[in-house]
Ligand binder design. Structure first.
Ligand code: HEM
Length: 171
């Protein structure tokens, strides 16, 4: 009787998603010589978003227009390289069966698309006059972008380090 109960419990623990063909196939396919392009490109929008916030803070502190100009360039490049990073991430998500099957990969995609829309708004707002844009809304937007990029990057790191998605398959 006890044995039957244990067996029944084991049967209920079978995860149907894990039974899908290719569930264990999580190696990166969008890669150069085994090095994943998404991981290589995401560093740029992350760093540039922090630079944008830093430049806004220095503009607020010094009033030097150089920092407002540095801010608009950092914001633009964060957005544009972010789009390129998202393209490689999306291909990885759609092409690798073990990544496609995991809900957390789709969660990351949703957070990333929200981030890109805020990065785009942050850049676009500055294009109508980058110096007047910084205070107060520019720095508020770049501060919000820092929070969003931190959440997206942290979550992407979870995918790689905890779930081993997009890692080398040894080939
Ligand atoms: C729709 C857009 C995106 C999709 C579908 C996506 C998908 C993924 C996937 C599947 C991974 C696992 C590793 C891999 O397969 O390469 C990953 C990792 C990661 N993603 Fe994204 N991503 C997107 C956009 C972004 C953006 C915009 C950022 C930040 C600016 C970002 C930051 C990261 C980070 C930091 C990692 C961990 C990389 C590592 O440590 O190796 N992702 N992403």
């Amino acid at each position: 009787m006890a044995e039957t109960q244990i067996q029944t419990r084991d049967e209920t623990l079978v995860d149907p998603v894990a039974q899908r063909p290719g569930f264990e196939e999580t190696g990166s396919r969008i890669a150069v010589a085994g090095h994943p392009i998404h991981a290589m490109t995401v560093a740029f929008p992350i760093a540039l978003t922090f630079c944008n916030f830093g430049a806004d803070a220095f503009y607020w502190w010094t009033g030097d227009v150089f920092w407002a100009r540095a801010g608009v360039w950092a914001a633009g490049m964060a957005f544009l390289i972010g789009l390129a990073a998202a393209a490689s991430g999306t291909m990885e998500l759609l092409l690798v069966p073990g990544i496609r099957a995991r809900a957390s990969a789709w969660t990351h995609a949703a957070i990333a698309v929200a981030l890109l829309s805020v990065l785009g708004a942050n850049w676009g707002y500055r294009l109508n006059g980058y110096e007047t844009a910084v205070l107060p809304y520019g720095i508020l937007l770049s501060g919000f972008c820092v929070v969003m990029v931190g959440a997206t990057g942290w979550h992407g790191g979870k995918l790689v380090f905890d779930y081993h998605l997009g890692t080398s398959n040894g080939s």
